[in-house]
Design a protein around this ligand. Sequence first.
Ligand code: SAH
Length: 284
Amino acid sequence: MSDKAPERKASRFPLRLDQMVGAARPVVSRDSLLLRPQAPLQAAERDRKAVMAPQGLGLDSVHVRMRMVERLKADGLQNPRVLAAFARVPRHLFVDTALVNQSYEDTSLPIGLGQTISKPSVVGAMIALLCTRPGLAADATRPLGMCLEIGTGCGYQAALLADLSRQVISIERLRDLHLKARHNLDSVRRQLPGSPDVRLVYGDGMLGHAPSAPYDTIIAAAGGRSLPQAWLDQLAPGGRLVAPMDDGRGQGQVLTVVDRHLDGRLQQTSSGAVLFVPLKSGIT
Ligand code: SAH
């Protein structure tokens, strides 16, 4: 018997990237977060460096994506279904090649034609608001029900919504982005067979989409001066709408939530300042 400390199990060579990164970065538990409030920031910085590594986002993307989910959770996103959707949808497949290294940072990124893919934390907060609409059964398997999205952009948010909805209809007014989203969502479906489908519509989302109305949930990724009447008309009883809207005092946008009660009454509340691209009418 040897008196030396037992040797560590021989490591396989080469190590997989996730083993190398994982060894250096233990998962931050909730308790340790309380003791080390800087931990999420330090983890984010380590992630930024890892993501900037030249290996790119191939096999290691799952690990990097899970780090983003951990950060969203540490920053207060509680809903397990929403977190699961973020864990499943590969955000890097929706951003341009030149920006792929930033795809799992909590930041908005340009997607062409002057538009941006929204920050994951903002997207998460909006979807979580939809998932907690009043009157929704706690065990609903598809909490967003029939869902309308205005502003498809690159299709990322639509892919998240699809995980939580019975059906998503997503409208985009810019033809090139509508086509880009179709391409992106097709790529995801090739990589993740069985992914829920999204119905993409090229049109003016200010008019909503009457053929599939009413909607249990409506979410807008662009903000205007007021909420278009069509959105309110197409919101089902028990439904909830979440959209950025000018605050009316020239101070910027606020996140606006509208609930349609079962008796048809509408109730509007605001929750916090946001910054979204403008809602525009017509198509291009
Ligand atoms: N959810 C998108 C974010 C896109 S940015 C994503 O995950 O990428 C907002 C989008 O709203 C832009 O693409 C913009 O062209 C679109 N938009 C603005 N006004 C619109 C309108 N009236 N109808 C449909 N889309 C609109």
